[in-house]
Structures are given as structure tokens and as C-alpha cells.
Design a protein around this ligand. Structure first.
Ligand SMILES: [Zn+2]
Length: 189
């Protein structure tokens, strides 16, 4: 298992839709950025990339690359999930916090969880999204920006889980794995 953390912040500006966690939220201001500036999905994507040592989304989706202009961040997260899978990892759970003075996000959180869970092939119960204000402190507290932080746990994909070898009527023997407790076991990376 490996863990990753992601952090992101975007300015609130006029004439932009407010998209957080893949949900369009009615609000006079939206987040500024070259994509849809979905601060929550960016934090989650960065956490996933961090968990497998693949840098950040700025590296994989350069802001000056016209291909990623106005691209929905749901697409970016989907691409990151594929990259993770190619490395042999799948997400186990996500925990995230969005810091926004306004608007109230609570009504939208169930949908955000469903969106993220669907992209990462997780149960929504394994995707936690929380919202807090910044207690009117600083730029975040004045509503000039919205930030998000996310932590993810990823685990090695088990090929046998994807393609179960059907032993008719047979009960598989418990995995006799030589765990990390085995003497003389070398430490992995
Ligand atoms: Zn971002």
C-alpha cells in the first residue's frame, strides 16, 4: 500500500462556472484556470500521482498545452486513474477537504462523492469529501479563492481478482503469503 497527498487552490473570478468535485454549483463566481479548474478533482489527482511517485498534474497536463484548455477535470482524473492502473495500483480510499468560505457545499457533497467514486471504481463510502470555511482568515476567508486537500491510499491491483480462476466447487486455499513479518525479508522500496 502507498499513500499520497494533494493540495490545490484556485482564484474565484467572475464569468466562470463553479465546478467542484465534478458538480456544477450555482454561484456568481467560478474558479480561474486553464481547465475547468476543479480544485477538488485536481487535489485528488495529485494525491494519486503522488502515491505512485509520478509527480503532479502540472507535469502530466501542462497548463500551456492547448489540448487541456477547458478540458473537464473528470477527464484528467480518469487519465490519472488509467496511469495508476498501468503501474499496477488501484485506489483504496480517498479523504478530501474543500476550504470555501462560500457557497455552502454540504448539499453537493453526496454528488461529488458519487462522481469521484465512479471514476475511481470505488464505493462512494470509500470516498470522503468534507467542507470547511477558513474562518474569515486571509484570502481564503475573504472568499478570494477555494482550496482543497486530499489524501489517498492505493494498493497493488490483484490480477486474480480481475480474472478469477474458476475452480468448480472448490474452495480456494487461504493465501499462503510470506508477509513482511517473514524473517530475512528484504525491505521493499
Ligand atoms: Zn488546479
Amino acid at each position: 500500500m502507498r499513500v499520497g497527498i494533494g493540495y490545490d487552490i484556485h482564484r474565484l473570478v467572475p464569468d466562470r462556472p463553479l465546478v467542484i468535485g465534478g458538480v456544477v454549483i450555482p454561484f456568481p463566481l467560478g474558479l480561474e484556470g486553464h481547465s475547468d479548474a476543479d480544485v477538488l478533482l485536481h487535489a485528488v489527482a495529485d494525491a494519486l500521482l503522488g502515491a505512485v511517485g509520478e509527480g503532479d498534474i502540472g507535469r502530466h497536463f501542462p497548463p500551456d498545452d492547448p489540448r487541456y484548455r477547458r478540458v473537464p477535470s473528470t477527464d484528467l482524473l480518469r487519465t490519472v486513474a488509467s496511469l495508476l492502473a498501468r503501474q499496477g495500483y488501484v485506489p483504496a480510499n480517498v479523504d478530501a477537504t474543500v476550504v470555501a468560505e462560500a457557497p455552502p457545499l454540504a448539499p453537493h457533497i453526496p454528488q461529488m462523492r458519487r462522481v469521484i467514486a465512479a471514476i475511481l471504481a470505488l464505493d462512494p463510502q470509500a470516498v470522503s469529501v468534507k467542507a470547511t470555511t477558513h474562518e474569515r482568515v486571509g484570502g481564503l476567508g475573504r472568499g478570494e479563492a477555494i482550496a482543497a486537500v486530499a489524501v489517498v491510499l492505493v494498493e497493488r491491483r490483484r490480477p486474480e481478482a480481475a480474472a478469477p480462476a474458476a475452480a468448480p466447487g472448490g474452495v480456494a486455499a487461504p493465501e499462503g503469503r510470506s508477509g513482511p513479518g517473514a524473517p530475512g525479508g528484504g525491505s521493499g522500496a
